[in-house]
Design a protein around this ligand. Structure first.
Ligand code: DGP
Length: 127
């Protein structure tokens, strides 16, 4: 199976969400990591001392719209999130990974993104 986030350039360029604009450099972001498949940048409204968003370069609006072909890229996002957590000094105390899917879950930007949060204690269940 190939992992080619730009294999569907029509969808990529048609991505008119905020994160599509960040991916194209139309809106600035505090980027902490980038490779050919994903971009990671600090959340503008951090909910913890470390709050990084990891997004695929391929335009997937939300997790529930991901296809089976997206499984490699979804795994990639988690591995990169974990690597960033280590770089941010979160490996010892731990961190939280969150994906909001849909309005009821609090998704406000419809370009799939993984929240990496750390540097404080978190309660469970989430609010
Ligand atoms: P969600 O609610 O799960 O869709 O998360 C969207 C996140 O995006 C939210 O935590 C705030 C963040 N965000 C919104 N606008 C911007 C922006 O312009 N720049 C950055 N870096 N983050 C943003």
């Amino acid at each position: 199976m190939t992992l080619d986030p730009l294999s569907d350039p029509h969808r990529y360029e048609d991505n008119d969400t905020l994160f599509g604009k960040i991916l194209r450099g139309e809106i600035p972001a505090d980027v902490v990591y980038e490779d050919e498949h994903c971009l990671a940048f600090r959340d503008i409204d951090p909910q913890a001392p470390v709050h990084v968003l990891i997004i695929p370069k391929k335009y997937i609006p939300r997790l529930s719209e991901a296809d089976i072909e997206d499984r490699t890229i979804l795994g990639h996002l988690l591995v990169i999130a974990s690597q960033i957590a280590r770089k941010e000094g979160l490996a010892e105390d731990g961190f939280r990974i969150n994906i909001n899917d849909g309005v009821q879950a609090g998704q406000s930007v419809f370009h799939l993104h993984v929240h990496l949060l750390g540097g404080r204690e978190f309660s469970w269940p989430p609010g």
